[in-house]
Ligand binder design. Structure first.
Ligand SMILES: [Zn+2]
Ligand SMILES: [Zn+2]
Length: 658
């Protein structure tokens, strides 16, 4: 029991301290040691975060949080957001502050100000922040009466803050944090002084935002920053950002002339340029070959379809908001196709199937259109029209596990080929307590789930299970891959569907001469071509392996005297047939008046794997001087040897190790 006026404070190691009522975390840290007093950021009191300067007035379990704890980053970022707002208001009086949370990797603050911020403002604001941090201003917390607080902020012209206070639930404290003589509405906690933020932060960009995230509301200006525990962490993060920028698929797509978007065609509708089409053709050809090996047959289906099919498939019931409005053709409603499944089902239904011919595997690079809000569109990652590496496998129940396993192995073959090492499967089951989201067939769910789980275990590939994220008609497996810069992509979705058999009457004739239901596997290992290409651009940083490179070789004549020979070299490469590819070799020629060094530099910027430099000597000897895009000089080689090497890379889809 506490002695008069004292409380018991229990530390994480179980040690109990008998301390005066109203003791602060700062005092406790100091009593343990000067090192801890310095390192302490905030306190945790009975599981709740608590300012170091705030008195503790009852028996409690406490934990002192320092920079080493996982919470530290979020705390640093929250304090940095306050100092950002304070710096902006010191520099630009009359700017209103709204909200400013900590986020992944950093923080932001949204401001209401008539004049737009420019990138030139960022260093000024950053300097002001450093100055405020150096001032080492003490923090103070006050709890205000709600009406007083609203009147106070309104009086200051801070209408957004007043609105925020109005929305705080009754019974909750309206707490105000002061840093020196600047104050903000905040739940806290905050550091004792601004100095504890340190100097490992940087403002990164300006963006538009809407008040409460709603486009109907006033537009605000958002300033983003990043903050870390120390300079080393900050530098590593900035390096990651720079690498991200360097690999940005939108920039590389523009530089290499792979694809373009125009307002005339419409947002989210990519136009594939000749260079980009090469990648599409090669990937589709790869898929065709690999799928042929696995027993798929190719089909083609139209892009618009009558309403009835989507009523039957339940797309209009469950999926309408992702579809475009109907097109009226001769008084009937047609829709742009959001998925290929119902069409493949129609093809399956066009003939009768016996148990002997199953599985039937129908594949198509199918064009689909889905509604995406314009704000969500982003390069090739999120588009409105795309091509899907789609297929549907119709099989008997006793075949479903092996078929699913084969689909997983197909993924792994692609990933091996492309050097994608960091991937896992996310297995989604339904949350059957939320029945409106899932077909109410508990037995079938259980069976389908077991089939997939067994297949995944046999595959040996890593997987995690997630409840509640299944499709409404069956469990699914997403392949998650991590790019070299650490971004995680859900690239392909695979489902085991036991509902389509009922809605479409998909059956086969069994040994007993009776009709039996089929299982349908939906799969798309290369995802949508658009998204997969965006991933590959970042993965390779535009340095595509020879089999995917839009231009595989460029002939560079040293002078006009070598033009004839250069043409001969180009033609010979161009005419070389490639067995394992959609075209012959892809070669061009640089006939510009630029100097040779400039031509080589240009080819490198275009990330062309082979540069073949030719002059009079090479012409006389039937050779070419070979440079690689890496800068490596292979010297003069007989033309036949070079062609053989490029051809081998194109056909094997594996580059020769340099
Ligand atoms: Zn705050
Ligand atoms: Zn499907």
């Amino acid at each position: 029991m506490s002695t008069a006026g004292n409380i018991h404070v229990t530390l994480p190691d179980g040690k109990v301290l008998d301390l005066k009522n109203g003791v602060t975390g700062a005092e406790i840290a100091a009593s343990i040691g000067p090192g801890l007093a310095k390192a302490a950021l905030i306190l945790e009191v009975d599981g709740k975060q608590w300012d170091l300067f705030r008195p503790i007035e009852h028996d409690a379990k406490i934990r002192i949080i320092t920079k080493k704890d996982p919470e530290a980053l979020e705390l640093i970022r929250h304090d940095a957001a306050h100092v950002l707002a304070m710096a902006v208001q010191e520099l630009y009086p009359g700017t209103q502050v709204t909200i400013g949370p900590a986020i992944d990797d950093g923080f932001y603050y949204d401001f209401a100000r008539d004049t737009p911020f420019t990138p030139d403002d960022l260093p000024k604001i950053e300097d002001k922040m450093r100055e405020i941090i150096k001032r080492d201003l003490p923090t103070r917390r006050e709890v205000w009466q709600r009406d007083k607080a609203i009147a106070h902020f309104k009086g200051m012209g801070e209408t957004y803050k007043a609105e925020l206070i109005e929305s705080i639930p009754a019974g909750e404290d309206v707490s105000i944090y002061w840093h020196g003589d600047w104050h903000d509405l905040c739940r806290g906690p905050h550091f004792e002084t601004t100095g504890k933020i340190g100097d490992a932060f940087k403002l990164t960009k300006i963006a538009g935002a809407y008040w409460r995230g709603d486009a109907k509301n006033a537009q605000l200006q958002r300033i983003y920053g990043t903050a870390w525990r120390d300079k080393k962490e900050l530098d590593a993060h900035l390096e990651r950002l720079a690498e991200q920028e360097k690999r940005d698929h939108r920039r590389i797509g523009r530089d290499l002339q792979l694809f373009t978007f125009t307002p005339e065609v419409g947002a989210g509708l990519p136009l594939w340029m000749p260079n980009g089409m090469v990648i599409r053709q090669e990937l589709e050809f790869l898929a065709t070959q690999e799928e042929r090996r696995d027993g798929y047959q190719r089909v083609a289906t139209p892009e618009i379809t009558k309403e009835n099919l989507y009523i039957r498939s339940k797309h209009l019931e469950y999926y309408k908001e992702d579809m475009y409005s109907a097109i009226d053709i001769e008084g009937e409603n047609y829709y742009l196709k959001p998925m290929n499944c119902p069409h493949h089902h129609m093809i399956y239904l066009a003939t009768r199937h016996s148990y002997r011919e199953l599985p039937v595997r129908l594949a198509e690079y199918g064009h689909c259109y889905r509604y995406e809000a314009s704000g969500g569109l982003s390069g090739l990652m999120r588009v409105r029209g795309f091509v899907q590496n789609d297929a549907h496998i119709y099989c008997r129940e006793d075949q479903a596990k092996d078929e699913f396993l084969k689909v997983m192995r197909l993924h792994a073959r692609y990933y091996d080929l492309m050097g994608i090492k960091d991937y896992y499967m996310r297995f989604s089951l339904p949350d059957l307590t939320k029945q409106h989201n899932f077909v109410n067939e508990p037995e079938k769910w259980k069976k389908a789930g077991e089939i997939i789980r067994t297949a995944m275990q046999e595959s040996g590939y890593p997987y995690v299970e997630a409840e509640g994220e299944a499709a409404f008609y069956g469990p699914k497996v997403d392949f998650m891959i991590k790019s070299v810069i650490g971004t995680e992509y859900a690239i392909s979705t695979n489902q085991l569907d036991f509902v389509a058999t009922n809605t479409f009457g998909l059956t086969y004739i069994g040994e007993d001469g009776q009709e039996h239901p089929v299982y349908v596997i939906h799969r798309a290992p290369l995802g949508s071509h658009e998204r997969f290409t965006a991933f590959l651009i970042e993965h390779y940083a535009g340095n595509f392996p020879t089999w995917l490179a839009p231009v595989q070789a460029r002939v560079i004549p040293i002078s006009e005297k070598a033009f004839d020979y250069a043409h001969k070299v180009k033609d010979q490469i161009f005419q070389e047939p490639v067995v394992n590819g959609t075209t012959g070799l892809r070669v061009d020629i640089d006939l510009s008046n630029e100097r040779m060094q400039k031509k080589i530099r240009d080819a490198q910027l275009e990330k062309i794997p082979y540069m073949l430099v030719v002059g009079e000597r090479e012409a006389a000897e039937g050779k070419v001087a070979v440079r690689l895009r890496s800068g490596k000089d292979l010297g003069a080689m007989p033309l036949e040897n070079v062609i053989a090497r490029i051809k081998k890379e194109a056909e094997s889809r594996v580059d020769v190790a340099e």
